[in-house]
Design a protein around this ligand. Structure first.
Ligand SMILES: Cc1cc2nc3c(=O)[nH]c(=O)nc-3n(C[C@H](O)[C@H](O)[C@H](O)COP(=O)(O)OP(=O)(O)OC[C@H]3O[C@@H](n4cnc5c(N)ncnc54)[C@H](O)[C@@H]3O)c2cc1C
Length: 476
């Protein structure tokens, strides 16, 4: 017991953020408890990364094995390829159960106390927990909030969980609609579009902003759109939003122009997936008891050490990590923040280097990136007075990609013209999610294209795509 407290550290929320923080806390010798109100493992394990990647793995195989033209180019002929929707769904559900069990066991094995119930701040260094058997208050020297996020459903869209649903229900793949509308072209919309198109559904994608894939680097988005959307005959509405979505059979979607708000028509589909982003799960956390106000988008305000702020000042012994602080809503960012919070709790001043944290969309082929887009780098460059340059290389010039018959793709390196420092790397192509880590390490170490261009990459590997981009950068 630490200084008369029940625990050194209490963590509210056992998603990947809370789990990462707990593992690190225990390895630092802190007596730790974690409070979870619903599913151990949170969004990533139960409704996010894990089931979606299982669906993408299975449906990706179906796409590959049904691509007679591609197989023929490799000298392979197959008869018809069938799949069992329920068995694919089971693959995802079984993986969720396994990883949830592994995560829970890892906490137990290391001696983390797991408390099932709703956790709430009850004052400085106090948490109240509402469990099945009533309410109790526990004290902790430090508290980390890691309550995560939930899907955002825009006004006018009615979710019934069956015909109109979010990713929470979508990952269950309970049925396969003939025609599905996907509202939103961010990474969740794109991944579901990959799954549904591979399994034979017709897709209509609705994007309110004036371009598809608005969060991605423009060059990458343009190429990815050509392969993942246009190349798959996916119907798109861009600059148009789903003003009303009414569940049923059919699902009725009223469309309107996003800028003028004028009605532009009605479509009827079998199902509608709402993939319009996520909002923090930060209600009813008792933050008012320590004088903390949420920001205007309901995120918990934190500094780069993950300390919670009240009117810009650090609230002692209170930390917030993961999707709930809105800094970077990704699983590995949540657990990295958990580790940083624990480091600061033990007096080591550390901050998260968001610039070097990679992100990926696990479509076929994949999209990945780290650091700044070209547009963001140029904006920064003109503010700080440096010029930005770009080098590109293509999968069609890579022997390994050609051997695989998977030559669609590009790598783009964004760097400072004066120093050569890499500012961002964007990849679209086979195994992009694995390739990005070399660039991520380069950015973390503030390396320049001049030194990177002299590293030796094994031949023939996909990693030579980046090698080529670095070499083109120093040749230009
Ligand atoms: C379909 C989909 C696919 C995704 N794919 C990827 C991917 O491939 N890679 C990636 O990096 N990210 C992915 N993400 C995002 C990723 O899932 C999240 O960034 C990550 O789960 C955030 O972790 P977290 O710990 O902050 O919150 P969460 O995982 O949301 O966990 C929070 C936990 O806190 C619990 N909780 C909340 N309030 C309380 C309370 N008061 N008391 C007790 N418990 C509470 C909740 O029940 C929940 O279990 C995906 C998300 C979705 C929806």
């Amino acid at each position: 017991m630490s200084d008369g407290f029940d625990y050194d550290l209490v963590i509210v929320g056992a998603g990947v953020g809370g789990h990462g923080a707990a593992l690190h806390a225990v390895s630092c010798g802190l007596k730790t408890a974690i409070i979870e109100a619903a599913d151990m493992g949170g969004t990533c394990v139960n409704r996010g990364c894990i089931p979606s990647k299982a669906l993408l793995a299975a449906s990706g195989r179906v796409r590959e094995l049904r691509d007679a033209h591609h197989l023929k180019s490799l000298g392979i002929q197959l008869g018809s390829v069938a799949f069992d929707r329920e068995a694919i769904a089971d693959h995802a559900n079984n993986l969720v159960a396994k990883i949830q069990g592994d995560l829970t066991n890892s906490l137990k094995r290391l001696g983390v106390d797991i408390i099932r119930g709703w956790g709430k701040i009850a004052g400085i260094q106090k948490v109240s927990v509402t469990t099945d058997s009533g309410e109790k208050t526990i004290t902790a020297k430090d508290i980390i909030l890691s309550p995560g996020s939930i899907p955002f459903v825009p006004p006018g869209i009615e979710v019934d969980g069956k015909t109109v649903f979010t990713s929470d229900q979508g990952v269950k793949l309970e049925w396969l609609p003939d025609w599905v509308a996907i509202v939103g072209s961010g990474y969740i919309g794109l991944e579901f579009s990959d799954v549904y198109s591979a399994l034979g559904s017709e897709i209509t994608m609705i994007e309110a902003l004036d371009q598809l894939m608005p969060g991605f680097d423009r060059d990458i988005a343009k190429l990815a759109e050509r392969v993942l959307i246009t190349g798959r005959d996916i119907e798109t509405y861009v600059g148009i939003y789903a003003k009303r979505v009414i569940p049923g059979s059919p699902v009725v979607i009223e469309l309107a122009d996003f800028k003028t708000k004028q009605d532009v028509g009605v479509i009827e589909v079998d199902a509608c997936l709402v993939a319009t982003g996520r909002i923090p799960a930060t209600q009813n956390l008792g933050l008012e008891s320590v004088g903390v106000e949420l920001d205007r988008r309901n995120f918990i305000p934190v500094n780069d050490s993950m300390a919670v702020l009240s009117a810009g000042e650090v609230v002692p012994h209170l930390w917030a990590i993961g999707d709930a602080n809105g800094k970077m809503m990704l699983a590995h960012a949540a657990s990295a923040q958990g580790i940083i919070a624990v480091e600061n709790i033990r007096g080591q001043h550390k901050e998260v280097d968001y610039h070097s944290i990679p992100a990926a969309a696990f479509t076929h082929p994949e999209i990945s990136y780290v650091g700044m887009t070209e547009a963001a780098a140029k904006e920064k460059g003109s503010a700080l007075g440096f010029a930005v340059a770009v080098a590109k290389s293509y999968f069609k010039g890579n022997s390994k990609a050609l051997a695989e018959g998977e030559a669609d793709g590009m790598a783009k390196v964004v760097y400072r013209k004066d120093t050569g420092e890499v500012l961002g790397v964007h990849i679209f192509g086979i195994h992009a999610s694995d390739l990005i880590h070399e660039a991520s390490a380069a950015i973390a170490n503030r390396q320049s294209v001049h030194s990177l261009a002299h590293l030796v990459h094994a031949h023939p590997t996909l990693s030579e795509v980046l090698d080529e981009a670095y070499k083109r950068a120093i040749a230009s």
